[in-house]
Design a protein around this ligand. Structure first.
Ligand code: AMP
Ligand code: ZN
Ligand code: FE
Ligand code: FE
Length: 279
């Protein structure tokens, strides 16, 4: 299987595998490279690089930045960002703190709904990674509040759900600016998955155009949760805006059904993406 899977998670956010696991599985699948893109952190960079050096494949270091618009999450992938760039690392620190505060408030909401979980258990499940809703969902399943993590999201924790609490975050245009200023290349993650906030089942076109004006380099049209019609639509949109079309699996180990390598980006597009880096 040639190409690069440009979107994978590890235990450094809400995945269940290590950076070494992802590199090993990608190499076994015959991929040319893999993006390690944990939510709101650059912590796995060193280990992912070391793992890549010991293998035949290339690692594209990135982060999946959690932006927000009108209370709904919008994710922006930032590849090749400088982890030492202050304005970005400050924002990531703030986001992580914010995630912990939000988790406490969500735990309280569940309590009001009669489902008793503790913040300590949620933090334990996160294992030091930025706390995400999937960690909270696992805690809810443990106490029998729902059968599966997906059910927790459907019943309580999805955007607009009774237990969800918004986290304060920057808007997607600012996210692009920040990632570009950090020397990175910004790609809009899974634009078809922001259905709750757009009647047409995706992120509004004018927002994507504004992001493009701010320096967005690509759109992740090929995502396992996009329908074929969505993939076509976002491919056309990217081309119309002069942007690259990327693909990645959003692999989360056992935390999601997405299989590593199930959607990929060709080497030639990865090279073009690299060309978007600001000198
Ligand atoms: P957070 O960053 O804490 O808001 O959590 C976002 C993560 O929750 C996403 O990256 C997904 O892994 C997961 N998620 C969000 N919505 C759903 C959903 N409806 N069903 C299952 N998982 C979801
Ligand atoms: Zn995730
Ligand atoms: Fe995402
Ligand atoms: Fe992701």
């Amino acid at each position: 299987m040639p190409g690069f899977d440009l979107h994978t998670h590890t235990v450094f956010s809400d995945g269940t595998t290590t950076p070494e696991d992802n590199v090993r599985v990608a190499a076994a699948l015959g991929l040319e490279g893999i993006g390690v893109t944990d939510h709101d952190t650059t912590q796995p960079f060193e280990r992912a690089l070391a793992a890549a050096e010991a293998s035949s494949i290339e690692v594209v270091l990135g982060t999946e930045f959690s932006a927000e618009l009108d209370g709904f999450g919008v994710h922006v992938l930032g590849y090749w960002v400088d982890p030492g760039f202050g304005p970005l690392s400050d924002e990531l620190d703030r986001l992580r703190d914010e995630r912990a505060d939000r988790a406490r408030r969500i735990v309280a909401r569940f309590g009001e709904l009669g489902i008793h979980i503790t913040f300590d258990r949620v933090a334990e499940l996160a294992g030091g990674a930025p706390i995400g809703r999937p960690h909270i969902a696992s805690a809810v399943v443990e106490v029998g509040g729902a059968a599966t993590n997906d059910e927790v999201f459907d019943l309580f924790l999805g955007d607009g759900g009774p237990a969800n609490v918004e986290k304060h975050a920057v808007d997607p245009v600012r996210a692009v600016e920040l990632l570009v200023a950090a020397g990175g290349v910004a790609v809009l993650a899974h634009p078809g998955l922001y259905a709750d906030r757009a009647g047409d089942g995706g992120l509004a076109l004018d927002v994507i155009e504004e992001m493009a004006d701010a320096g967005l380099a690509g759109i992740e049209a090929d995502h396992p949760d996009h329908s074929m019609a969505q993939r076509d639509r976002y491919r056309d949109l990217a081309h119309g805006l002069g942007l690259e079309v990327t693909g990645g699996s959003d692999f989360h180990g056992d935390a999601k059904p997405n299989r590593l390598g199930s959607t990929t980006t060709s080497r030639s597009i990865v090279e073009r993406l690299r060309g978007w880096r600001r000198a």
